[in-house]
Write a protein of this length. Structure first.
Length: 74
């Protein structure tokens, strides 16, 4: 599906590289969560450069119940 905010590139793609038999499903899921969080950081960087104040951040949906997801985003 590509990348959305802030890059809007429908042709962007991703890949898992460097995997071995020791990697588990959990490793791949964590990599996805970290990638999404990196994209969020990119958005916050742009907002900071635009001098848009961010006073609070709220997590919503089922993922907000995940301690790991909250830790990665923290």
């Amino acid at each position: 599906m590509g990348e959305r905010t802030p890059h809007l590139d429908p042709h962007a793609r991703a890949a898992f590289i460097g995997l071995s038999l020791s990697h588990t499903r959990a490793h791949l899921i964590r990599a996805i969560l970290e990638g999404v969080t990196f994209s969020l950081r990119d958005i916050f960087t742009i907002l900071h450069e635009m001098q848009v104040p961010i006073n609070a951040i709220r997590l919503g949906g089922g993922g907000a119940r995940s301690p790991l997801w909250r830790q990665i985003q923290g």
